[in-house]
Design a protein around this ligand. Structure first.
Ligand SMILES: *Cc1c(COP(=O)(O)O)cnc(C)c1O
Length: 366
């Protein structure tokens, strides 16, 4: 068949191992997944109440324009309704943006390592991929600027970056945006926006007003704890959104996911508590790394990438046997490191004491 040439070499996204599979494989009653940066506290209890009490008609198509959700998000963040584009998760937005702006002959610039889907979608569209290595786990915006030429179509800034958790400071970002050519789209992927506590991050919405070529992506999958529902949104000037909208599938969010996102948005108390707990978790992991002299990156997210001073696949495997699924750095382009999502207080202390045991067993710690 007449597949695009590049499709032949491609593999599907490799997700973290599902809990049920690990339970079966190792005969474990309880398995905790700290591999996909999900909210360990679930989602707002109001979402569960809503689902129990509100029947919906399954035979009716969703509102493709997501009007109610659009109104709620526009009020919540303070932009016009026409400045929003909803996706089936941010993953869908990345695909829409790539489909609209990437094709053979153009290139796209991104950090390395960063979120895998930027390169994955670029590959499908046959665009050239320009990966700029991180410096100290952070986007090197100066080098990324140098990588831009007249054929560059999109620059991806994952802020905070997955898998390192680092942010670029507002100073660096503003200098960068000032210099990027006006015909290059800059995507700021803020999947972990709600978790940021560093004061050197300043709200990026003002860049939307200033630059017609900047787009921000946010999601309900991480802090809001609604990964299963697949809702993400893009914010940009209305003209840019209007250009991307025809590329979107007509009913790309379900009826239930739209409603549930509205309910979750109203419960900011839940987000506040999640972030507070997350900070406590972060503290434990940072102390662990400091105590044992393991290199780590300062994180502004709900996960941390740190060194295990041995093959990260071995640590991944040993922790899995003990009931914890994490991400091996080998799968993320950071060999010798593991990425762990923060869990509940109990999960974090159990994880860290088991990890200490494993690192001793492996001869990493005395
Ligand atoms: C998790 C994640 C996403 C995907 O989020 P969805 O909205 O669930 O598709 C996008 N970008 C980054 C950096 C992520 O870590």
């Amino acid at each position: 068949m007449k597949f695009k040439e590049q499709i032949y070499g491609m593999k599907a996204y490799q997700p973290g191992k599902p809990i049920e599979e690990v339970q079966r494989e190792f005969g474990l009653n309880e398995v905790v997944k700290l591999a996909s940066n999900e909210n360990p506290f679930g989602c707002s209890p109001k979402v569960k109440e809503f689902i129990k009490e509100n029947g919906i008609n399954f035979a009716i198509y969703p509102d493709g324009y997501a009007q109610e959700l659009r109104t709620a998000v526009s009020k919540h963040i303070g932009v016009e309704e026409s400045q929003l584009l909803f996706g089936n998760g941010s993953d869908d937005l990345i695909a829409i943006i790539s489909r609209a702006l990437l094709y053979p002959g153009v290139n796209t610039v991104m950090a390395d390592p960063s979120f895998s889907q930027y390169a994955h979608n670029a590959e499908i569209e046959g665009a050239e991929i320009r990966k700029v290595p991180l410096t100290d786990g952070k986007h090197d915006l100066k080098k990324m600027l140098e990588a831009i030429d007249e054929n560059t179509s999109i620059v991806w800034v994952c802020n905070p970056n997955n898998p390192t958790g680092t942010i670029v400071s507002d100073e660096e970002l503003s200098a960068f945006l000032e210099k990027v050519p006006k015909d290059v789209l800059v995507v700021l992927d803020e999947a972990y926006y709600e978790y940021i506590t560093d004061p050197s991050y300043k709200d990026t919405l003002r860049y939307i007003e200033k630059y017609p070529n900047v787009l921000i992506m946010r999601t309900f999958s991480k802090a809001y704890g609604l990964a299963a529902f697949r809702v993400g949104y893009a914010i940009a000037q209305a003209d840019l959104i209007a250009k991307l909208d025809p590329v979107r599938a007509p009913f790309n969010n379900t009826v239930l996911s739209q409603k549930v996102a509205i309910v979750a948005l109203e419960d900011q108390e839940f987000i506040k508590e999640s972030v507070e707990q997350n900070e406590k978790g972060k503290q434990l992991y940072v102390e662990f790394c400091e105590k044992h002299g393991l290199k780590y990156y300062p994180t502004q997210t709900n996960f941390i990438l740190f060194e295990v001073k041995t093959d990260s696949d071995v640590i991944f495997q040993e922790m899995m046997k003990r009931g914890f699924i994490v991400r091996s750095g080998n799968a993320l382009g950071t060999p010798g490191f593991i990425r762990v999502s923060f869990g509940t207080e109990e999960q974090n202390s159990k994880f860290l004491s088991l990890l200490e045991e494993v690192l001793k067993e492996q001869g990493v710690l005395a």
